[in-house]
Ligand binder design. Structure first.
Ligand SMILES: *[C@@H]1O[C@H](CO)[C@@H](O)[C@H](O)[C@H]1NC(C)=O
Ligand SMILES: *[C@@H]1O[C@H](CO)[C@@H](O)[C@H](O)[C@H]1NC(C)=O
Ligand SMILES: *[C@@H]1O[C@H](CO)[C@@H](O)[C@H](O)[C@H]1NC(C)=O
Ligand SMILES: *[C@@H]1O[C@H](CO)[C@@H](O)[C@H](O)[C@H]1NC(C)=O
Ligand SMILES: *[C@@H]1O[C@H](CO)[C@@H](O)[C@H](O)[C@H]1NC(C)=O
Ligand SMILES: *[C@@H]1O[C@H](CO)[C@@H](O)[C@H](O)[C@H]1NC(C)=O
Ligand SMILES: *[C@@H]1O[C@H](CO)[C@@H](O)[C@H](O)[C@H]1NC(C)=O
Ligand SMILES: *[C@@H]1O[C@H](CO)[C@@H](O)[C@H](O)[C@H]1NC(C)=O
Ligand SMILES: *[C@@H]1O[C@H](CO)[C@@H](O)[C@H](O)[C@H]1NC(C)=O
Ligand SMILES: *[C@@H]1O[C@H](CO)[C@@H](O)[C@H](O)[C@H]1NC(C)=O
Ligand SMILES: *[C@@H]1O[C@H](CO)[C@@H](O)[C@H](O)[C@H]1NC(C)=O
Length: 769
């Protein structure tokens, strides 16, 4: 297929950016299936020099007269010990009897879930984290996604130093891709599709490239968001013009393509494990994944398994929290060794200005992404019934004869349906009165459409009813900076608690994820307009898929300043310094309700890069702490061996109370409870310091911190404290945090005495499921 193909059917962005749960399909008839086989590495028989030889010999020794030999897919060395293969039931039974075999799990399937963001995040060329981190110089960010469009200007390597010797990655050749597509910015690109192909998906015959080249545009977008080079004069059909730049513009990108464009399945667990295995072997410093698998236990889910191994090697792993919000318990990728990222809005909006009649009513703006610089002048306005109590623009309510050449006004209703009706009717365009709960994607604006607030909708309505003739002027393609309030937590952003381990608050943090401008694959139509599609080098998209690469970019900057910090220390710094106020100095709002967001929406808050560089103290977590946490989950010894990849793992102090920078109390069928937490803080600032605990707790939450003063000798000195939290729901002003969720929350902040550092953690209580 040709990469220049421009007018292909448009994929629904809406469905594409939702993160979904896919149930592993079962097959009638074909009994061969892909499996992930976990082995006890230490049981390798003496004659074998390598594990590869051992596994190959196992596979060749099992037989099934009906189907021949098993097919080997991948051998895994880092994310787990073992391999994946396609086996018949009889082959599986034979394999399970072999010495060294621990467990076998069937393949699972998963799916995916700027210019302006650096400035919104306060990143500045001259002060703060950007110059301190030398813009992320030499950090290597591994992105597991849909591939990359290497010709994008965001991956030009002007001014970058030679690739460091420690890098072991490669630029793999394949369809429309070869080694000359890599450079000093894009230093590695690989593709993993064996698992999907085993499902009978012929990647060369569907709309994708069997190579690291991106068909969707999604991986190009996430990579350039995290580490794109500056591109001047980037824009999206005239909106958001400016210099597009990644969060860590001097960091390097390695793409591991593990998501493909198929009708139903996008990603196979065998392929994702292989991608993460290779990323670890190649030497990435950080990883970002904007996709999710079913929420199986930690020893089955490929992302939690791979992230555990990455964490052990000091690799920071950031993942999207999913787009199933705003209900409670919708978090994905919530393992405590993953940094789980929700999505917030920015202070940039896309608008059209509306002037009614002769302008005696002050002109106002509404949201629009219509991609043409159109000026509609003195055009008649049409309002269905002229009766405010009837919802207008419902199916088949507009008569083409009435609306020809007119702008239709649609009162509050289902905008998606109303848009279809306006389009069907053949009207010139439309103004929709709507609230922010109806989230409109850019590609919905395929006609001259403007979405105005309910208040402004009333003005339009009153004007039309009072005026004859009623006319309107509309000017499209306005970009509004400094819109307020911002940020807000996006309505689609997944909310805590996390089903698998509710005692760890998730998400950890939010980062920009709404209408993000970044590089896109210009291989096909993107924005519908009339019956046509426009192609773009830069896409404007939304999702927690976009917030994870923002966060990993910030983590790369922090890591560049503090190369000795563990992933948990970096996350602690990001969480405890996050901000809780928006640009009106009010609390960050939840877009789905218009009321204050809570830690179940945003974890520690909204990422605040310059502060994260210097948090004062961190809550660190070591590998053994995570092992003890998993011990506390009462996994069997085999399950423990799989996750830790150790046959001699030890549970030194099994406990679900990790040294986490947040506190969560789950109420199980009770209205009052007491919980205890133990924490250790590490001083990461220079010199001695003293900190004092300050608790903010609502009625019904009693918090006691002992001791409430901590003295640190100097850098890297550590001090512990105990905290007890008593909840009495009968006494509390319960916050209805979500329609389906009740709880309350407070904060513990450690204030440096005579210093500037404040180390803040949320304390949340919530009813269990
Ligand atoms: C890679 O592809 C480009 C364009 O298709 C071609 O010009 C170049 O010679 C190829 N390089 C290698 C190393 O094959
Ligand atoms: C898959 O692709 C190969 C090579 O491109 C082709 O020979 C084969 O016929 C295709 N198979 C199917 C089922 O489409
Ligand atoms: C504008 O139109 C309104 C009615 O729609 C009318 O009352 C007003 O006098 C007009 N103003 C001008 C300056 O023509
Ligand atoms: C508006 O519509 C409602 C509901 O159909 C009806 O009861 C009412 O009489 C209408 N008002 C006018 C002014 O036509
Ligand atoms: C309008 O049409 C849409 C799609 O064609 C359909 O799903 C919806 O139920 C219809 N609504 C009404 C009120 O008939
Ligand atoms: C609008 O209606 C469509 C189906 O007609 C439905 O899928 C969608 O969820 C509705 N949107 C809202 C905001 O209710
Ligand atoms: C808009 O109407 C045109 C003409 O009827 C049709 O071809 C097109 O599919 C419609 N667009 C959408 C998004 O429904
Ligand atoms: C693990 O087992 C212990 C002892 O039986 C029990 O007290 C604890 O609640 C269990 N923990 C979980 C997470 O199931
Ligand atoms: C387990 O054994 C490996 C090598 O056999 C050793 O490197 C490791 O330190 C041991 N781990 C523990 C927790 O004893
Ligand atoms: C409630 O149940 C969860 C999950 O089983 C457990 O982790 C937590 O400790 C329990 N909370 C209380 C207060 O008992
Ligand atoms: C908890 O409080 C709610 C509301 O006051 C009450 O309906 C419920 O019965 C109480 N549950 C328990 C276990 O006491």
């Amino acid at each position: 297929m040709s990469p220049a193909m421009e007018l292909l059917p448009h994929l629904s962005l809406l469905s594409f950016f939702l993160a979904f749960l896919l149930v592993a399909p079962t097959y009638a008839g074909d009994e061969r299936q892909s499996y992930i086989i976990h082995m006890d590495k230490s049981a390798i028989p003496a004659p074998f020099a390598t594990h590869d030889h051992w596994y190959a010999s196992m596979l060749s020794s099992i037989s099934d007269s009906d189907v021949g030999s098993p097919t080997h897919l991948y051998t895994y060395n880092h994310v787990m010990h073992g391999f994946s293969a396609v086996l018949s039931p009889s082959q599986l039974a034979q394999l399970e009897r072999m010495p060294g075999h621990i467990a076998t799990y069937p393949e699972t399937y998963g799916q995916l879930h700027t210019t302006h963001t650096p400035r919104f995040l306060g990143l500045n060329r001259h002060v703060g984290l950007w110059p301190a981190a030398q813009f992320g110089d030499d950090m290597i960010i591994g992105i597991l996604d849909t591939g990359i469009w290497p010709e994008s200007e965001s991956f030009n390597d002007a001014g970058m130093s030679p690739v460091p010797d420690r890098w072991k990655g490669a630029c793999e050749a394949g369809t429309e891709f070869n080694s000359s597509n890599c450079n000093r910015k894009l230093i590695g690109a690989r593709s993993f599709s064996k698992g999907l192909k085993e499902r009978g998906l012929n990647i060369s015959t569907i709309d994708d490239y069997d190579s690291p080249r991106d068909y969707f545009g999604h991986g190009t977008h996430t990579s350039s968001t995290a580490a794109g080079s500056p591109v001047r004069n980037a824009d999206y059909f005239g909106y958001a013009q400016g210099t597009a730049i990644g969060i860590a513009p001097m960091a390097r990108v390695a793409m591991y393509k593990v998501v493909f464009n198929t009708d139903t399945i996008e990603s196979a667990s065998t392929d994702v494990l292989a991608g993460m295995d290779q990323a670890i072997a190649d030497g990435v410093d950080l990883m970002s994944l904007s996709l999710a698998f079913p929420e199986d236990p930690y020893y089955v889910n490929p992302i939690s398994l791979g992230a555990f191994a990455a964490m052990e090697r000091g690799i920071f792993v950031s993942c999207s929290a999913g787009n199933r919000g705003p209900q409670a318990y919708t978090i994905r990728n919530g393992a405590p060794w993953i940094t789980t990222v929700g999505a917030g809005t920015m202070d940039r909006d896309y608008a059209a200005s509306v002037t009614l009649g002769n302008g005696s009513i002050a002109p106002f703006q509404g949201r629009s992404f219509f991609p043409e610089s159109l000026y509609i002048s003195h055009t008649p306005l049409y309002y269905g019934h002229g009766n405010a109590s009837i919802e207008t623009c419902n199916n088949y309510t507009l008569d083409p004869k009435d609306v020809a050449g007119k702008i239709v006004f649609c009162s509050f209703g289902n905008v998606s349906n109303q848009m279809l009706e306006v389009n069907r009717s053949g009207a010139e365009g439309a103004i929709f009165a709507t609230d922010s709960a109806q989230f409109l994607y850019p590609d919905a604006f395929y006609m001259p459409f403007v979405a105005v607030s309910l208040e402004d909708g009333e003005k339009v309505k009153e004007y039309i009813v009072a005026s004859s003739p009623a006319t309107v002027d509309i000017k499209f393609q306005l970009t509004v900076l400094g819109s307020k309030p911002a940020p807000q937590v996006a309505h689609f952003s997944a909310r805590g608690p996390y089903r698998l381990t509710p005692g760890i608050l998730k998400p950890d943090i939010v980062a920009p994820g709404v209408n993000i401008l970044a590089a896109w694959a210009p291989n096909r139509g993107w924005q519908p307009i009339g019956n046509d599609y426009l192609v773009t080098d830069f896409g404007l998209v939304s999702g927690t898929s976009m917030s994870s690469p923002h966060l990993v970019g910030v983590a790369a900057l922090v890591r560049a300043v503090h190369p000795d910090w563990s992933p948990a220390a970096i996350r602690s710094a990001l969480m405890t310094t996050a901000f809780l106020m928006d640009n009106t100095h009010g609390p960050i709002l939840d877009m789905s309700t218009g009321t204050s967001a809570t830690p179940l929406d945003f974890g520690g808050g909204h990422v605040n890069p310059n502060k994260a560089m210097d948090p004062g103290l961190v809550y660190d977590i070591g590998v053994q702490d995570y092992v003890d946490f998993v011990c506390g989950l009462n996994y069997t010894s085999d399950q423990m061996k799989i996750l830790t990849r150790q046959s001699n793992y030890t549970c030194t102090k099994p406990s679900l109370d990790l040294n986490y920078p947040s506190f969560m109390v789950i109420l199980n069928n009770t209205n009052s409870t007491a919980s205890r937490f133990s924490r250790v803080l590490t001083n990461v600032a220079d010199g001695p310091s003293v900190y004092r605990a300050v608790v903010y707790a609502p009625a019904g939450m009693r918090v006691v911190v002992k001791p409430d003063t901590l003295k640190f000798e100097g850098k890297n000195s550590r001090q512990g404290f105990e905290m007890s939290v008593e909840i009495d729901m009968a006494k509390t002003d319960m916050v209805r945090i979500k329609s389906d969720y009740i709880g309350n929350y407070g904060y513990l902040s450690w204030y440096e005495v005579g210093g500037k550092h404040v180390v803040r953690s949320p304390i949340v209580s919530a009813y269990g499921q």
